[in-house]
Ligand binder design. Sequence first.
Ligand code: DC
Length: 233
Amino acid sequence: MYRIPDIVIAVDGYSSTGKSSFAKLVAKEFSLLYLDSGALYRGVTLYAQENGIIDGDNNIDEPALKKALESLDLHFLSTQQGSVMCIGDRVVEKEIRTMAVSSSVSPIAAVPAVRNFVDEKLREAGAKKRVIMDGRDIGTAVFPDAELKIFMTASDEVRAQRRYDELVAKGDNPDINEVLKNLKERDYIDSHREMSPLTQAKDAFVLDNTNMTLKEEVTWMEGLIRGKFGILE
Ligand code: DC
């Protein structure tokens, strides 16, 4: 067991690079709180879809979205299975991970009012330190002063296969080409939006896990933390 100081760790990168599996394990290893920022964007997207704020062609009624955000109760709930996303009293953890939500989440996440809404929740949680957060702009925009920044990447094919396996494990029947197309579309929108686009922070350490197991990734992280903070127990 390692003891590390009170820090914020930012994990950013492309879709399906395994950020959440990696961040969850690191959180466990170093007793940090794990926060999945993508879940908040997915929660807003589900709400918008269910309330006619975004249509099937991803046309967004921005005034209605802004209004909805004023009273939207989106929060994480701690359960024995880990933290789950809720809209009011309703647990929506499963619903936010579908292809339908994945297909609309990047356009929703490009709306500045949505980013401000999510950023506020993330900064509130991060103020307590000892957190690891994953997303697209954590180290560049949400916590530019994070003590440790990781930027994750992997080949397109490996990412698509991982996402495909995840959906199959959940009982979906996805088309691998659709999954790959969705990943590329999301990467493009996430990297080209005006507000807080996905880019690698100058001081981020790159983790390309195309040919790595999760265990190897955590071992890499242990080495990094040991080198940077030098505190062991
Ligand atoms: O990590 P994820 O695939 O669950 O994220 C879903 C989407 O949310 C992603 O396509 C872009 C958006 N997102 C973002 O814009 N900024 C973040 N910090 C996290 C996610």
